[in-house]
Design a protein. Structure first.
Lengths: 424, 370
């Protein structure tokens, strides 16, 4: 602490602006100094906050935003507060609801509301559009008429389902999309019971994503560890050549590489040509659009990401350590696993973690070479963003992915930092 | 251990005709013969690239000789892997395993040999006590100073009672004071345990203070092997003379051999004397070697006195070094105590130098053994 103050004093003295002995001034001087020394990183900080932090905040916000009911039916929500959820709400609620549907119709936000209801209620969109029709016709003049008109046009309005949903989602923020993304049953039928309609099974997609990522990570580790070891310990051109071969794919675009795998793996492709040529198979094997193809191509893409962190750590392990173990009586394999491997663990963890986390987000490769029914979670995020325009769900899926990857990474990151502090 | 009908005493290590080359053309070690006796402290001393470390690595088993044999107690050893040689080794940068505690490091050789836990703990404790580190058993090496780490490395190399201990510049990374303390400590432990030690260094004072015998390496060959005293006082050739200690080498022509005193004429005309060696032949060129501390100033021209001119005087605290250019252009250095006569002579002043014939040696005019 004293040293810190001394440094701050010195900084203050250097600038000649702060009176010596003034602790507050010195502390400020130190802060200024620290800020000034961080100045060269400013463009990066600006870039990161604009293109990483802000989008992340936007995605988290979208994932918990649930505005349609709150914006379009505020009075209905308020009127439903006294309703206990049994049977149907009082007729006044129908009148207020119909009035607000009419306003939404004028604001042209009825479709949004209908879509939101449809996420959670069987035929939700249809119900809202029918209510829109009733509101436009202007037939219902009092509460009883409103109720009759609505229940006549669709019996679902005489059931508690729709009213339960409106009552529960009156707040502009909810965990609805997150719950949906996490695979909880969220869709109701007209009576407010869990719907028989089966939607997407996101838990299965996450599980599939994790399994594929684990398989690719394991494969890159098993192949990458000996490779990194050979490169790290070889002298002369062998290691350089191998490193070059590993880095080569870095200079080719991901799309081109994936497309060339299609050429290799297709039914009349290179691989089947070779296999039938040497007589290993008689019929061409289906490689493309299988999980094998996904894992194989992802493995090829990810190998350098696993090998390079391992290589960095392995190069720092002095060869004398294994020699010392040998001179102390351990055979080459035992010396390797007692002495070399434990010191390489931070690199293995870093490489494996990097590959695993990157694999979780793979989109292009499984989309191009994987099976249509075997897609990873990113495919669904893209699908909900671009095709179904359900940004809330897409954001919730992304949020779970980011948080999940972070939770996976944390213990590994701690392991890595602990190991690196152990080493001098 | 049973030794049957060995011609050599037990513990003897013998290198015969050992050569090492990576490309088949340039040899790092050439046709090396070396005998190491049980309980001996042998230092391999030489400049970098002289083959001393390669020789050590061949003893340890990390390098295999291109030709020649290495035998321990008459058993061929040169094709055995290091773990089957029973050799303790202390590495230049300690090579302690960073993920193991001090006790685990020291006990590693015993664990590998399947020594049971109680016995292992006892021997580790003994070894750590020997290097005065018994209270550090549970520490990680990174939490210790360089000197402490070196002691751990020493304990680790000795705990399994190897028949040979190799040390590869073990004190190179330590500061001077600590290095001197550890030199004495290593020497003391080696004596106490009657260890056979082969010690590699490029530091001549370390070699001189620690060793029973020193082998001077250059160009892949042993230039001279002998006790510190032998090597300092009777260097075998110009390389050894200039590598070990400071030395003045003067070119001369032998004009007479009178018993064991050789008389030779320097290019400047002065006739000087030196002790006879096998290199002196009448009429032939010879190199006369005189240590700077054996040269002294004298009053004026006389027989055996060389004339020169002071070109530099350097003050070292406990001594003064006067650089003198002789009349034939050769440069010599004279070490004298600061209070001695003629000390502090002005640069440029003429001086006269002489030495006792018994303290100068006639060397082979060739640089070194090739």
């Amino acid at each position: 602490m004293r040293m810190k103050t001394a440094q701050a004093d010195k900084a203050a003295l250097d600038r000649g602006t702060v009176v010596r002995g003034c602790a507050v001034g010195a502390a400020r001087g130190e802060r200024m100094q620290a800020m000034r020394s961080a100045l060269p990183a400013l463009p990066l900080l600006v870039f990161l906050s604009c293109f990483l932090v802000l989008p992340l905040i936007f995605i988290f916000h979208t994932a918990i935003s649930d505005r349609e009911i709150a914006d379009n039916l505020p009075e209905t929500v308020a009127a439903l507060q006294d309703w206990n959820g049994d049977g149907t709400p009082p007729p006044e609620v129908y009148a207020i609801f119909l009035g607000e549907i009419g306003k939404a119709n004028e604001r042209a936000t009825l479709r949004q509301l209908g879509r939101r209801m449809g996420y959670q209620l069987d035929r939700g969109m249809n119900l809202i559009q029918k209510a829109g029709g009733v509101a436009r016709s202007g037939a219902a003049t009092d509460a009883a008429a409103a109720r009759t008109a609505l229940t006549d046009i669709d019996p679902a309005y005489a059931a508690p389902g729709i009213w339960t949903i409106v009552k529960q989602h009156g707040s502009p923020y909810s965990t609805f999309y997150l719950g949906w993304a996490a695979g909880f049953q969220t869709k109701l039928d007209k009576d407010g019971r869990p719907s028989m309609e089966t939607g997407y099974d996101f838990r299965l997609f996450y599980l599939r994503t994790i399994l594929i990522s684990l398989a690719v990570t394991a494969l890159t580790l098993v192949v990458g560890y000996p490779l990194a070891y050979v490169i790290a310990t070889s002298r002369g051109w062998v290691g350089g050549l191998m490193l070059f071969c590993i880095l080569l794919p870095f200079w080719t675009s991901l799309l081109v590489r994936t497309m060339s795998w299609i050429v290799v793996l297709q039914t009349n492709g290179v691989l089947n040509g070779v296999l039938t040529g040497i007589g290993a198979v008689t019929e061409p094997v289906t490689w493309l659009y299988t999980r094998t193809a996904t894992i194989l191509v992802m493995f090829q893409i990810q190998l350098p990401f696993t090998v390079l962190p391992m290589l960095g750590v392995m190069r720092a392990i002095p060869p004398s350590h294994v020699r010392a173990a040998r001179s102390l009586g351990a055979g080459p394999i035992r010396a390797h696993f007692n002495v070399y491997f434990p010191q390489a663990v931070p690199g293995i963890a870093a490489g494996g973690l990097l590959t695993f986390v990157l694999c979780l987000g793979f989109y292009l490769t499984p989309a191009l070479v994987g099976g249509a029914s075997d897609q990873m979670i990113s495919y669904f995020i893209a699908r909900f963003t671009n095709e179904e325009l359900n940004w809330g769900l897409a954001s919730a899926l992304s949020t779970l992915l980011v948080v999940g990857a972070g939770v996976c990474a944390l213990p590994f990151a701690r392991l890595i930092s602990r190991h690196s502090s152990e080493r001098k | 251990m049973l030794i049957t009908a060995a011609q050599q005493p037990p513990g003897h290590i013998c290198l015969r005709g050992v050569s090492k080359s990576y490309d088949g053309e340039t040899f790092i070690v050439r046709d090396l013969d070396l005998d190491i006796e049980k309980g001996e402290f042998l230092t391999l001393l030489g400049p970098s690239g002289s083959g001393k470390t390669t020789t050590l690595m061949m003893l340890a088993g990390f390098e295999y000789p291109t030709s020649g044999s290495i035998a321990f107690d008459g058993q061929a050893m040169h094709d055995r892997p290091p773990e089957k040689r029973d050799i303790g080794m202390v590495f230049q940068n300690y090579a302690l395993f960073p993920h193991m505690s001090v006790a685990e490091n020291v006990g590693y050789s015993l664990r590998v040999r399947g020594v049971d836990k109680a016995e292992r703990d006892r021997r580790v404790a003994d070894a750590l006590r020997m290097v005065q580190l018994e209270q550090f058993a549970e520490r990680k090496p990174a939490a210790m100073s360089g000197g402490q780490q070196q002691r751990v490395a020493l304990a680790r190399a000795l705990v399994f009672e190897p028949r040979l201990v190799l040390m590869d510049e073990p004190l190179g990374a330590l500061d001077k004071k600590l290095r001197e303390d550890l030199q004495l400590e290593i020497r003391h432990i080696a004596d106490k345990l009657d260890l056979t030690v082969v010690y590699v260094t490029h530091d001549q004072s370390e070699a001189l203070t620690m060793s029973d015998r020193i082998a001077i390496f250059n160009d892949g060959k042993i230039q001279q092997i002998g006790t510190a005293r032998d090597i300092y006082i009777r260097p075998a050739n110009r390389f050894v003379a200039s590598f070990v200690g400071d030395n003045n080498c003067l070119c001369a022509q032998v004009i007479a051999i009178d018993g064991d005193v050789v008389r030779a004429r320097l290019p400047g005309g002065a006739v000087v004397s030196a002790r006879q060696t096998q290199h002196a032949r009448i009429g032939a060129a010879a190199t006369i070697s005189v240590r700077p501390e054996d040269l002294h100033f004298c009053g004026g021209e006389a027989e055996g006195v060389v004339k020169g001119r002071v070109c530099d005087v350097v003050y070292y605290g406990d001594q003064l070094r006067t650089h003198v250019e002789l009349s034939d252009g050769a440069l010599v250095v004279i070490k004298s105590s600061p209070g001695a006569a003629h000390a502090g002579t002005q640069v440029g002043a003429p001086v006269f130098l002489s030495w006792n014939a018994g303290q100068a040696w006639v060397l082979d005019p060739k640089q070194a053994n090739q």
